[in-house]
Design a protein around this ligand. Sequence first.
Ligand SMILES: [Zn+2]
Length: 201
Amino acid sequence: MWRACLELALEGYNAGSLGIAAVITDKANRIIAWGRNQLSDNLDSCSSIRMSSVAHAEINALHNLPQAYQGNRELTLYTTVEPCPMCLGAVAMSRVRSIKVGCADPHAGATNLLTQNDYLRRKRIAVSFEGGAVEKLCFVLHYVSIKGRLGHNPHHPILVKIKKRYPHYVHTIDAYVESSSIFSPGRLTYDSLHSVLARMS
Ligand SMILES: [Zn+2]
């Protein structure tokens, strides 16, 4: 599941959107829907919603869910980055009741609403955060995407929040970005993404 998510997130990053993707699995762990962030590119991908402010990975995955699964409550959504309020709301309106998150988003992440909002709490949506290599790989893609959008001002409030949550990872990736061109959009591969892992341990 995570390999599928990361490959799709890479496609988004290389196409000029944010490197974020999601898949939905059924009870037997089969992937039944895909979606990726497609805010900024019109590539022919799995995403139905493109070039729109709502073209987030989770929205696209939920939108792609086959009709036969619309009422199924045993589905799990895997997403490389913690869902924003819009995507969390979309999950609540679907029948997906389990979310697995690659890495936290200290800026737009909204999973705290699952306990703080009465409506969402009643939905009983389980959320879990991955650790280890999955978290690192998802974070690398998210961080280089955001950094590419915001320029390289290290004092930007969003970058400051991310650095506060993942100080060691940010330091390592910043140093690698300066010494390598592997993160150039359009050129990042799954293998080169993996090469960052060794530096983050
Ligand atoms: Zn979202």
